[in-house]
Design a binder for this molecule. Sequence first.
Ligand code: ADP
Length: 269
Amino acid sequence: KPITTDIEELTREVKKFATSKKLEIEMLKVREQYRREFLGNVSHELKTPLFTVQGYLSTLLDGAMDDKTIRKKYLKRAEKGVERLIYIVEDLDMITKLEVGDLNLDFSEFDIVDLIQNVFDLLEMKADKKKISLAFDNYHIQPIFVYGDKDKIQQVLENLIVNSIKYGRESGLTEVSVINLTKKKVLIRISDNGEGIESQNIPRLFERFFRVDKSGARSEGGSGLGLAIVKHIIEAHKEKIYVESEFGIGSEFSFTLKKAQANNLKNIL
Ligand code: ADP
């Protein structure tokens, strides 16, 4: 654009430039604040397991190592701490990719019922420890083909079912339903009869690092990122996620998925 000699136009241009610069500076400030908060949260989350590992290792070096049973017990606990660190770092990696939109979805058609069964098998031991049963609400459930990123949807199912175990009651029940919503959509619902969530905390559940303090979540040792990851994955699929919960009664998380063409084929055959 040629440089103008019209003083009024020049003033307008300078003003416009100044406002856009101001906006840019404001945006940078917001991003900086966000970055600082994120880093603060990350180091806070990492500190607890790091101190745990350090604590057990120091105690071992201070002499606890001489007792064979204590040695094994403390090494196991240190190992658990390291495992937890790995989970946190993996979750951080995932959330960072999701938040900068750097995650390519790999779409395919797959049987969601089969995937849920796989996740049940994967988490069976964890559920057994609390005597929690993992089940479909309809025993005679048929294969239902959906369209999405299979690995990411598996991660969604894992996070939601792990939560239903972590915050579920001893000898409780986690039930999964696959509901035919419309011609094009299914709804996957994961419900538990666990501790439930107080209504004032529900709007914040999907925030990164948010945890209900009283829920024993700390001792259960997640990263506080599970639901944030779930929400990002579902939104990347342009689908919806819902939560309903009653404190002391239980919780229900559900999300929609697109049905695959394969269903139509199945109906024709
Ligand atoms: P965390 O790693 O703490 O489990 P999430 O993002 O998965 O992090 O969950 C955030 C919080 O939401 C949890 O700390 C817990 O307080 C609450 N929450 C999640 N799922 C359930 C559930 N099924 N029942 C009760 N509370 C839940």
